[in-house]
Design a protein around this ligand. Structure first.
Ligand code: SF4
Length: 572
């Protein structure tokens, strides 16, 4: 006999029903803010356990001087920035934020110099909402300061939580200064890029490293990617790889070590680097110079040995009072993602993991915002705190403005999906409100609640410029949502705020941005787009409200045709 029995999974309530941070989502562990688990997925068998060590174990008497958020939190004080962060994370109290920062499981990347401009403090850590980073920066062959500042504004508009200026060309100092002055989000850099402008990597010296870090710290950079974890003894493991070292910083430092037959200079003077960063409260983003550049190289010895060193450097930075997050891969098969996240959580004692993607397949250049956001969703669910976006231009060229938008949107989807799955309180509220509006066929509210209202409105109005109780996907007589309402007498989710104003009302029209979207799609003539933007007369699209039976039949066959849009007889 076939066993057809099943038990309903523990779906729980909407996590938003409990703002104290304890109601689980479906399969996620119950929220444990204040413990190494914070919000986390259940471990599948064989995963590395959590570490019980925290940044509190590395407290120093210098904490009383409180030069950094970490020292202030370890000293028991709730900083002004922590209070501001709490306003953006309503499921956490200021004291919970202080404690998470004190343990090193959360950072508040806020250089004191940047706080004098427009920076809004935010946090990165698994107890908080998942954050996303957008990379930008001029290259020697493309873009300039104005274009990069424009991309910064664009990235902020589309939800970037932090921005990294990865410029390797143009006027680096001018570009960085403008970006810091204009940004409301924390700015990260990879300072080694500036260190080798006008000189070869072989000429890099301890003095050049420290001077450049001091300069950028003074300018207001909030976090530095420092590839101090790539050691000489790791390099032989790279030989087995298909694509070697794909991190720019990692490959440059490997060349330096081979040329000079010495240890990584960033590792050698790590304590001096910490001293500079502590003065301005610049956070570490400990770089993964040996991250895999293809699925075949993922989770190999080179990558994991570097991760062990990153764990050691995390402890050394904490002992110096400096905040730390750790960078991660890259390209990882989907089934290896949980192990990668949980091994980092143990080796780096819960320090926030900041991952690039990871891409879960290598054969879709041009679509790597999608291949990577699939991996990013899994990474965040299994422990990553911040996701570095990948744009459609990844591996192919420097992202342009629209690529920045596509990357940000893909990663907002990944971050939000993970937050809902982890059961972070409040994270599903908007989804549920949108579902109610959708069930009520309340199009205006549907669009207002959507992440990109102009795009949603434009796509809807492209086919049907009337906000009525169906859309052009199925048409009136086949609209399952409308039929369900009739069957159940379920009008508008029984929520007064979700009631449509009336059965059919004229669309308010497509905005300029929406018109632009439709122009690029190329499905409509300029005249048709103009009509949608400026509104024509209301179309008659209910078959049961059309007096002429022949015309009613036509409406049933295809609403588009009734609107005068050319379609074939099958309605396709
Ligand atoms: S017509 Fe189809 S796609 Fe449109 S609202 Fe109704 S069920 Fe949904």
């Amino acid at each position: 006999m076939t066993d057809r029995s099943f038990t309903l999974p523990p779906l729980g309530d909407n996590p938003s029903t409990d703002t104290q941070g304890t109601t689980p989502g479906s399969f996620a562990l119950k929220g444990g803010v204040g413990t190494p688990y914070t919000f986390s997925s259940p471990d599948t068998p064989g995963q590395p356990p959590v570490s019980t060590i925290t940044a509190l174990d590395f407290s120093k008497s210098t904490d009383a001087d409180c030069k950094t958020q970490l020292e202030e939190a370890r000293h028991g004080r709730i900083s002004g920035e922590a209070k501001q962060v709490a306003l953006q994370e309503p499921h956490l109290t200021p004291e919970q934020i202080r404690f998470e920062v004190a343990t090193g499981r959360m950072i508040i990347p806020a250089n004191k110099a940047h706080l004098k401009y427009k920076l809004h403090p935010m946090c990165i850590g698994r107890a908080s909402l998942t954050k996303i980073n957008a990379n930008m920066g001029a290259s020697p062959v493309s873009s300039g300061t104005d274009e990069e500042v424009e991309k910064l504004r664009w990235a902020e508009k589309w939800g970037a939580s932090t921005v990294m200026d990865l410029s390797t060309g143009g006027n680096l100092d001018e570009c960085r200064t403008r970006i810091i002055q204009e940004s409301t989000v924390p700015i990260g850099t990879v300072p080694i890029y500036s260190m080798i402008i006008g000189r070869s990597i072989e000429e890099l010296s301890y003095d050049i490293i420290l001077k450049e870090l001091e300069k950028q710290a003074k300018q207001g950079v909030d976090y530095f990617t420092i590839h101090a974890g790539v050691l000489r003894e790791h390099l032989p493991y790279v030989r087995k790889r298909l694509i070697g070292i794909v991190s720019r910083g990692g490959s440059l430092l490997a060349k330096w070590m081979i040329t000079h037959n010495k240890q990584n200079p960033m590792y050698e003077i790590f304590d001096d680097i910490c001293d500079i960063m502590r003065e301005y409260d610049v956070s570490f983003s400990l770089g993964d110079g040996l991250r895999p550049g293809g699925l075949a190289d993922a989770t190999d010895e080179a990558q994991l040995r570097e991760l062990v060193t990153l764990g050691e450097l995390t402890e050394r930075a904490w002992a110096k009072g400096v905040q730390v997050m750790v960078e991660g891969p890259g390209h990882v098969p989907f089934d290896q993602i949980e192990y990668n996240m949980k091994l980092q959580r143990r080796l780096c004692h819960g320090a926030p993991f900041y991952v690039l993607g990871p891409l879960v397949t290598d054969i879709f250049p041009g679509y790597d915002h999608i291949t990577s956001c699939i991996g990013a969703t899994a990474a965040a669910y299994h422990g990553a705190s911040m996701l570095c976006y990948v744009t459609p231009k990844e591996h192919l060229g420097l992202p342009k403005k629209d690529d920045v938008k596509q990357g940000c949107v893909a990663y907002k989807i990944a971050a939000h999906a993970a937050d809902v799955a982890l059961g972070i309180p409040g994270s599903r509220d908007r989804d549920d409100e949108l579902t109610k509006a959708r069930a009520a066929l309340n199009w205006q509210k549907h669009f207002e609640l959507s992440f990109d209202p102009e795009l949603a409105r434009a796509y809807h109005d492209e086919d049907l410029e009337v906000d009525t109780d169906f859309c052009a996907m199925c048409g009136h007589d086949w609209c399952s949502v409308r039929i369900s309402k009739e069957i159940n007498e379920f009008y508008s989710g029984k929520d007064a705020s979700a009631q449509p104003v009336k059965t059919a009302m004229q669309s308010p029209g497509v905005t300029d941005a929406g018109s632009d979207i439709l122009r690029k799609r190329g499905n409509l003539s300029p005249e048709e787009i103009m009509r949608l933007a400026h509104k024509g007369k209301k179309a008659d699209c209910h078959s049961d409200k059309v007096a002429d039976p022949e015309k009613a039949k036509l409406v049933k066959i295809n609403t588009l045709k009734a609107h005068g849009v050319a379609v074939n007889e099958s309605g396709l």
